[in-house]
Design a protein around this ligand. Structure first.
Ligand SMILES: [Mn+2]
Length: 424
């Protein structure tokens, strides 16, 4: 996929500067009693799952402008994900989407072995109709008024579990587009009851060591009401289903200015936080690259997660969920994986003893300054050294561009039609 000689040659050009920068930061951190090696090891241990669907160019409801060398199927997607991991060392797993990524499990496992990847949470799809399906999801899926449609949606989720079991996955993420576009269109109470009873059917089919994640979203495609619209409904669902049910927080699925880090804290308290979909947004569910709009919010979310480390039962799935409309998806996913890793490392620098002291003393100014001191620390040398030592690229973007990977796959993969809009 990527010639290791290119990585080594690129790294050789940056190594001397990196060592100087790393040593200088190490000296600075040591004055605060922080061992840079410990922080670097945390960076090396970090991994976020890449969404298979993120490797293709996305789109809006208006249009989609395909890029060069787009993946044609799941095997091309896994090649692209392998490139992301080889260069960043921070994206060792892939989250599959069924039926988009359907293929023989043995072939998928062989490709994962070849690309050095594992399979993270499975994602079901009952928000669009497939050519061969009997019932339509136009008016809902798991909460549909028609029992046969609900049964079909339940069956699809059970099939996702079955495929995931063959691939070594341990979780199923359920997001539904069910809701209503007009007041009065649905009975909100009965619709939620139908959703819960469908989810109970899926839960019954969950293997012992598996988790099921309920993902909330405030609006879209339903523009008036959504069945699982916020973390309250998601928590209610997870609590009603049982121990294996957790909540998944997608950063883009909230109203503007909602305090997402506080939702994280509450779900941790309830023992129901299961995972994340990272992305960024300015106005709504924009699916922009992580850390490009509100890096401080990303840091504050990680601050809660690092603070909660060691909480019994807390075992989170970290995934990216983005749509790339104007960039090379591989570059956007690499940048995003590194930005999520950066926020994690910065949150690891928070002096929690100091912070707790300021909180208990009602010293709002110093408590806030303690967080910002960690956020303002330029941890780039730590991230680069973690990659360098792991055999990844000190500068993944420049190494990727030097490798000519995109031009190579463009010559092998025929251009996909530009017709049709919508997210993919
Ligand atoms: Mn999501």
């Amino acid at each position: 996929m990527i010639d290791t000689n290119i990585i080594e040659a690129q790294n050789a050009a940056h190594a001397a500067d990196l060592i100087k920068d790393y040593d200088a930061l190490g000296e600075k951190l040591s004055r605060k009693g922080i061992d840079i090696e410990v922080i670097k090891d945390r960076a090396k241990g970090f991994s976020v799952a890449v969404p298979s669907w993120g490797t293709g160019t996305g789109g809006t409801r208006f249009a989609r402008f395909p890029g060069e060398g787009e993946p044609r199927d799941i095997f091309d997607k896994l090649d692209d994900c392998g490139v992301i991991h080889v260069l960043t060392g921070a994206a060792g797993s892939v989250s599959l989407h069924i039926p988009w990524d359907k293929a023989a499990p043995a072939d998928l496992l062989a490709k994962a072995e070849e690309t050095g990847l594992r399979f993270d949470a499975m994602n079901s799809n009952t928000f669009q109709d497939q050519p061969d399906q009997a019932q339509s999801y136009k008016f809902g899926s798991l909460s549909h008024v028609d029992a046969a449609t609900r049964a079909q949606a339940v069956e699809h989720n059970l099939e996702c579990i079955e495929i995931g079991q063959a691939l070594g996955s341990k979780a199923l993420t359920v997001w539904i587009g069910d809701g209503a576009n007009f007041p009065g269109q649905t009975h909100m109470g009965r619709q939620f009851e139908r959703y819960l009873s469908s989810m109970k059917e899926i839960y019954k089919g969950l293997p012992e060591e598996w988790s099921i994640f309920s993902e909330h979203k405030i609006y879209e495609p339903a523009f008036y009401s959504t069945v699982v619209q916020d973390w309250g409904t998601s928590l209610l669902t997870a609590q009603e289903l049982g121990d294996k049910a957790k909540c998944l927080v997608d950063l883009g699925h909230h109203a503007p200015n909602v305090n997402i880090e506080m939702i994280v804290s509450r779900l941790i308290h309830a023992g129901k936080l299961g995972g994340f979909h990272f992305n960024d947004s300015k106005y709504g569910d924009d699916d922009l690259d992580s850390g490009t709009i509100e890096p401080y919010r990303l840091f504050l979310v990680w601050n809660e997660l690092v603070d909660a480390e060691g909480t019994p039962g807390l075992d989170l799935s970290h995934m990216i969920d983005q749509s790339h409309n104007v960039t090379d998806p591989i570059e956007s996913l690499m940048i995003s994986a590194m930005e999520i890793q950066r926020a994690y490392v910065q949150a690891s620098l928070v002096d929690r003893m100091d912070l707790a002291g300021y909180q208990d003393a009602n010293d709002a100014l110093m408590a806030s300054a303690t967080l910002r001191a960690a956020f303002r620390t330029d941890v780039e040398p730590i991230l680069k050294m973690a990659r360098f030592e792991a055999g990844a690229a000190i500068d993944p973007i420049m190494t990727y561009r030097a490798s000519g990977y995109r031009a190579k796959v463009a010559s092998e993969r025929p251009k996909v039609s530009g017709a049709g809009g919508g997210l993919v």
